[in-house]
Design a protein around this ligand. Structure first.
Ligand SMILES: [Zn+2]
Length: 389
């Protein structure tokens, strides 16, 4: 460990440079941040291509970023996270600043908790882990299909297995629930994350959210949600913060959930865009529309399933499709992973594959119940170098 630390510290001791950590302030944008740090706006923003400019809008208040200063206090490098997968890297080379988007380096750990209810799943998980994110990952997986208030008793058991990301020894981003079980009135209820990125219950029925499975009926997904992917032609890191549904021009688009329209007009590369605000800070976006349905405008309430417009290719789009986004409190999330209420059942080969996965998860759950797995809080590691990873 000591050797590693020495190795990590070498570049800093030689050049006597230092790393400072800053926080993105409320209301601060990428541009105002560049201004504040006296970095060149033209080279680091206005000269960028459209995709990169759009990505810089993903910067959120409260995020920590690092600046490497040289001995004479000049900025050498900046690392600024965009989401849990990608970060902006600004670096000085031959007296010029350069911009690139690179992956965030993190490690993933599979963690598990077993506990007996003393008050409520949210309270008890939070008490054990100190994390509201872990608690809400469990609760939101079950809260529309089960009634904890009515059926849960003190002493009932729950198990959850989830994946947690760590960056520089610290937890970061939402944990991903892999499988969970809760026993209520002697009946066990399960949920499993399948290979298709959707949640299923123990009968292999898809568990669906407050949102429609798809806002365009019968449409094929032509591009999945991804917070980071390497573009094979452009040879660059990109993100796709929504799902694309390929469909013929003019195909009706349905509101994925009930809510209030907060935008129905053109918006830059989105083209004709509708935004709907839903409960609990959720928002859906429907882009590249040919046209809006008559009467669809800001302030209007729509019900889940209502037609709001028609598939088109307005804005920056290469062919007719719906670009669909789901956001929670401004953050893009994968619509396929929003859980709840049982519907469609898996069949045939897909069912067989699911049952195999389920068997493996069931064994894990049994193991954790038997061993009464306690959640271990990992110690925070310090002195790790952000610019060496
Ligand atoms: Zn898209």
């Amino acid at each position: 460990m000591i050797q590693i630390l020495i190795l990590l510290l070498i570049p800093f001791t030689i050049f006597a440079s230092k790393v400072d950590t800053y926080r993105v302030q409320k209301g601060q944008t990428y541009l105002t941040l560049l201004e504040k740090q006296k970095l060149p706006l033209k080279r680091l923003y206005y000269d960028l291509d459209n995709d990169d400019q759009i990505l810089t809008q993903e910067i959120k208040a409260g995020v920590h970023y690092q600046i490497l200063h040289s001995k004479n206090n000049q900025i050498q490098q900046v690392l600024l996270p965009l989401n849990e997968e990608l970060q902006i890297h600004i670096y000085k080379y031959k007296d010029k600043y350069n911009f690139e988007i690179i992956p965030i380096i993190y490690t993933k750990k599979t963690e598990a908790i077993t506990l007996k209810i003393t008050r409520s799943p949210h309270y008890d998980i939070y008490k054990k882990t100190g994390s509201t994110k872990i608690a809400s990952a469990f609760v939101s997986a079950f809260d529309k299909s089960l009634n904890f208030k009515r059926d849960l008793r003190v002493g009932d058991t729950l198990v959850m297995i989830f994946e947690q990301k760590y960056r520089h020894g610290k937890k970061f981003s939402m944990p991903v629930l892999k499988t969970a079980m809760i026993e209520m009135r002697k009946k066990k209820h399960y949920i499993y994350l399948n290979k298709d990125d959707r949640y299923y219950n123990e009968k292999g029925c898809k568990v669906e959210g407050f949102l429609l499975a798809r806002p365009v009926r019968g449409a094929r997904i032509s591009s999945y949600f991804s917070k980071r992917r390497f573009h094979p032609i452009l040879k660059r890191w990109k993100a796709h913060l929504g799902i694309d549904y390929a469909a013929r021009r003019g195909t009706p688009i349905h509101a994925a959930g009930s809510g209030k329209i907060s935008w129905a007009a053109r918006m830059g590369s989105y083209g004709n865009l509708v935004k709907i605000q839903h409960e609990d800070g959720y928002e859906t976006r429907y882009a590249h529309m040919k046209s809006f349905r008559r009467g669809i405008k800001r302030g209007k309430w729509v019900k889940k399933g209502d037609v709001i417009g028609y598939v088109g290719t307005t804005g920056r789009s290469t062919g007719p499709h719906l670009h669909f986004e789901l956001r929670k409190r401004g953050r893009a999330i994968n619509p396929l992973r929003v859980v709840q209420v049982t519907t469609k059942k898996l069949k045939g080969k897909k069912r067989k594959e699911f049952l195999k996965l389920k068997k493996m998860y069931d064994k894990d759950i049994e193991f954790h119940i038997k061993n009464n797995t306690k959640y271990i809080k990992l110690p925070t590691m310090e002195n790790e170098c952000y610019f060496c990873g």
